[in-house]
Write a protein that binds this ligand. Structure first.
Ligand code: GLA
Length: 394
C-alpha cells in the first residue's frame, strides 16, 4: 500500500554508484524493514515483562550492492544526502541517521560477525522519529545489509539483540528488546506476545475484519525522549533495589505484584512506587488483552487500552497534552474501540482500534478537533500488521 517504489530505488543506485553496481557479482539487493506499533505493554520490556507489538506495513528500504572495500555509503532517496563510515574505523556517534547503521556495525564487529562494505540508497515511508521504531527498522535493515548474506548468519533473535545492543551501547538509549524484536519477528495480520524474560513469543492473530489498526502521529517533538526514558528505567531499578533492601527476593519488576507494593509502600520512594505500580498492572493488562483478543471481546480490549493510557499518563508520566488530546478525541468518536499512546511517549503516536466502517469518521474527527486543541496537525495512518525484516524478491 505505502511501499516505496523499488524501481526508483534501483534506478537511483545505478545512477549514483555505476561502478559499484557493475562490479557487484550478486546483483542489487533490496531489504525491507518495517516499523512497529505496540498494542499494549508499555515500558514493561526492560522490566522483564510482557509486550504485544506488531510490525506494520510502513517500512524502510535499503537498496544496495556489497563492495570489496571497507566503506559503507548510503544515500537518502528523498534528499540525496549521503552519509557513511569505514568499517575499520567506525568512530563515535555523529548525531546523524547513519549512527544507527554504524552502531549495528559496531555490535556485529564485537560479535565477530564478518561484514562487507556497501553502496546503497535508502528510502522510507515510515515516519522518522515519531515513535514507530524507525530506528529499530534502520538497525535491522542495516544488519541484513552489512552481513550481505541471504539470510544473515544470525537468527531473528540474535539480530534483534544486535539492534538492541546498538541502541544501548552506541546510541545511548537504554531501551528494551520490544522494537527490534517486533521488526525481526513481524507476522502478517497478527500481533506478537513476547515474554521479555524468557524471550519466548506467541503469535496472536488480530480480528482485523472487526477492528482496523490506526496510528495517529501527534506531530510533537520528542526532544527529551532519551533522558526521560533512561530516567524511567532508573526509577524502576530503584523500586527493585528498595524491595530487595526490604527483604524481598525479586530481581526485576516482573517478580513484583500489587500486594507486595502495597505492603512496602511507605518504604519505597514515591515516584519509584508509582512507576512500579504502572509496570505491574500493565503486565497483567497485556495478558488480559491477549485473552480478550482470542475471545474476540473487543469492548474488553478497549477498556484495557483506556486503563493503559491513564496509567502511562498518571503513574508513569510519559504522555503529553497532545497524546491525551488524540486519545480523548478517539474515545469520543463512535466506532473507535480503543485508543492509547504507544511506544516510549513524550510525543510520538497513539494506537487505535477502529471498526472498519468508522475509520473515515475517525480521520475527520482528528482533522477537525486536534488542531485547535493542540495547535498541531496529526497524521493518521491505517496500518496492517506485516512480516518482519527481509529481502524484497528480485
Ligand atoms: C521504546 C523502547 C522500547 C520500549 C518502549 C516503551 O519504544 O525502544 O524498548 O521500552 O519505548 O514501551
Amino acid at each position: 500500500m505505502h511501499a516505496v517504489s523499488e524501481r526508483s530505488l534501483r534506478a537511483t543506485l545505478t545512477e549514483l554508484e555505476p561502478d559499484a553496481v557493475r562490479a557487484a557479482a550478486g546483483g542489487v539487493i533490496v531489504v525491507r524493514s518495517p516499523g512497529r506499533v505496540n498494542l499494549i505493554g508499555e515500558h514493561t520490556d526492560y522490566n522483564d515483562g510482557f509486550v504485544l507489538p506488531a510490525a506494520i506495513d510502513l517500512e524502510i528500504r535499503i537498496c544496495f550492492v556489497p563492495t570489496d572495500d571497507r566503506r559503507v555509503e548510503l544515500t537518502r532517496l528523498d534528499s540525496h544526502e549521503r552519509q557513511g563510515f569505514d568499517l575499520e574505523a567506525i568512530g563515535s556517534p555523529r548525531e546523524e541517521w547513519i549512527d544507527y547503521v554504524a552502531g549495528v556495525a559496531q555490535a556485529l564487529a564485537e560479535g565477530g560477525i564478518r561484514m562487507r562494505g556497501l553502496r546503497g540508497v535508502i528510502a522510507s515511508d515510515l515516519p522518522i522519529a515519531s515513535g514507530l521504531s524507525s530506528s529499530a527498522a534502520l538497525e535491522l535493515g542495516a544488519a541484513w545489509a552489512l552481513t550481505a548474506e541471504r539470510p544473515p548468519p544470525l537468527d531473528a533473535m540474535q539480530l534483534a539483540l544486535v539492534g538492541q545492543r546498538a541502541e544501548n551501547r552506541y546510541i545511548g538509549v537504554r531501551s528494551g528488546l520490544m522494537d527490534q524484536f517486533a521488526v525481526a519477528f513481524g507476522e502478517p495480520c497478527a500481533a506478537l506476545l513476547l515474554d521479555c524474560r524468557s524471550r519466548q513469543h506467541e503469535v496472536v492473530p488480530l480480528p482485523l475484519e472487526l477492528a482496523r489498526l490506526v496510528v495517529c502521529d501527534s506531530g510533537a517533538p520528542r526532544d527529551l525522549a532519551t533522558s526521560a526514558y533512561n530516567e524511567r528505567r532508573e526509577q524502576c531499578e530503584l523500586a527493585v533495589a528498595q524491595l530487595q533492601a526490604a527483604g524481598e527476593s525479586v530481581s526485576s519488576l516482573r517478580d513484583v505484584d500489587l500486594d507486595m507494593l502495597e505492603r512496602h509502600g511507605p518504604r519505597l520512594d514515591p515516584v519509584a512506587r508509582s512507576r512500579a505500580q504502572h509496570v505491574v498492572a500493565e503486565n497483567e493488562r497485556v495478558l488480559a488483552t491477549v485473552a480478550a483478543l482470542r475471545q474476540r471481546d473487543l469492548p474488553a480490549v478497549g477498556r484495557l487500552f483506556a486503563e493503559s493510557h491513564a496509567s502511562l499518563r498518571d503513574l508513569y508520566e510519559v504522555s503529553s497534552a497532545e497524546l491525551d488530546a488524540l486519545v480523548e478525541i478517539a474515545q469520543a468518536t463512535p466506532g473507535v474501540i480503543g485508543a492509547r499512546m504507544t511506544g516510549a511517549g513524550f510525543g510520538g503516536c497513539t494506537v487505535n482500534l477502529v471498526a472498519p466502517d468508522a475509520v473515515e469518521r475517525f480521520r475527520e474527527a482528528i482533522a477537525r478537533d486536534y488542531p485547535h486543541r493542540s495547535g498541531r496537525e496529526a497524521k493518521v495512518y491505517a496500518v496492517t500488521p506485516a512480516a518482519g525484516v527481509g529481502l524484497v524478491a528480485p
